[in-house]
Design a protein around this ligand. Structure first.
Ligand SMILES: [Mn+2]
Length: 352
């Protein structure tokens, strides 16, 4: 296309107007209405042309659509905190991540990835959860993800507390068989029963193992720490064949070498990435339900995600952002950026 609209023209456009010209030479959307779906790709409007603070806050200012139909990847919110054991608030995570995601731009400056020139991406809204019934919520999540995965779309999930990984992985394993798992977290989330309950944010990966959803030799847990219920807190994980990388192994280091090993461990099979924001140190990401000191840095978080490039990723989530404890919005902002980094390492992403 030839980019020929004068800036004054933007303000003359009416909200529902159809544009013959949707994007400029670089494929950046110049349509303040963000309805770029008529073209091959959905491209968020650039803040060079459309004010960051303008518009309805979808994830990354992408178009919203009802279903995953026609998409290669989709951002999905799962707004629950009914599974939280301590500080609540993660039900507001998807909304706050969307708000802070207005800072995201279209290209990854560090890796030169161009996600919106590679995949058709949209925000498909939230799973309609039952905030009064966690087990019913799990059923709703599983069914919603069955539908998303049936279209061939890769879900990028915004949590919500970590309970959601269990029903999501039920749907993922139904489609792909047992998957490899890269689990970044302060906690193993492998408890059996908590307060008499099998379902909660401390138990999802125990349930996943019981149901055969994970290829246990291809599971790594990174960043685990904090006081435990016994001296060997991660014994159960190791007994399943998981690789456990406690945070002490991560301190003061680049995690790029670790990720070389993780890529070898994962091989060519399907992999799911589950990133609990509490893996990061609460100094960087205080807005979360169960913070633990001496955690990963955002740099290490980015290294982990960028280290997933080349894997057969079939789904990703970023969970446990709790806006009431996020007084600056920076936890949600970090979550939004980590989700963008996840998008940038999906299969078939173009790199300049
Ligand atoms: Mn967790």
């Amino acid at each position: 296309y030839t980019f020929s609209l004068r800036s004054a023209d933007f303000f003359a456009l009416q909200p529902r107007q159809t544009l013959a010209l949707c994007s400029d030479r670089r494929g950046l959307c110049i349509n303040p209405n963000r309805q770029c779906s008529g073209k091959r790709y959905n491209v968020p409007p650039s803040a060079e042309f459309v004010a960051r603070v303008a518009g309805i806050p979808t994830m990354a200012k992408l178009p919203y659509q009802d279903t995953a139909e026609g998409l290669d990847a989709a951002f999905v919110g799962v707004p629950i905190d009914t599974g939280t054991s301590n500080r609540p608030g993660a039900r507001f995570g998807p909304r706050q991540i969307r708000v802070e995601s207005a800072m995201l731009r279209a290209y990854n400056s560090g890796t030169r990835a161009a996600p919106y020139e590679s995949l058709v991406v949209a925000d498909i809204g939230d799973v309609n959860v039952n905030v009064y019934d966690l087990k019913d919520t799990c059923k709703r999540i599983r069914e919603a993800y069955r539908k998303i995965l049936a279209t061939g779309c890769i879900p990028l999930t915004m949590g919500g507390d970590h309970t959601i990984a269990y029903p999501i992985l039920q749907a993922v394993a139904e489609k792909h068989g047992p998957v490899g798992l890269i689990h970044v977290d302060a906690h193993a989330d492998t408890s059996d029963v908590v307060l008499g309950e099998k379902i909660g944010h401390g138990t999802p990966f125990r349930r996943c193992v019981e149901e055969g959803l994970l290829d246990c030799k291809r599971v790594v847990q990174i960043g685990l720490r904090g006081s435990g219920y016994s001296a060997d807190s991660y014994e159960w994980s190791r007994a399943q064949g998981f690789r456990v990388v406690q945070v002490e192994e991560c301190w003061f280091k680049s995690l790029a070498p670790l990720m070389d090993e993780v890529r070898n461990q994962m091989g060519k099979g399907p992999v799911y990435l589950s990133f609990d924001i509490d893996a990061l140190d609460p100094g960087f990401a205080p807005g979360t339900g169960t913070p633990e000191i001496a955690g990963l840095t955002p740099i290490q978080g980015v290294e982990i995600i960028r280290g997933c490039h080349g894997l057969n990723l079939v789904g990703c989530d970023l969970v446990e952002v709790s806006p009431p404890y996020d007084t600056t919005g920076n936890t949600a902002l970090t979550g939004a950026n980590l989700l963008f980094e996840m998008l940038c390492v999906l299969p078939k992403i173009k790199y300049y």
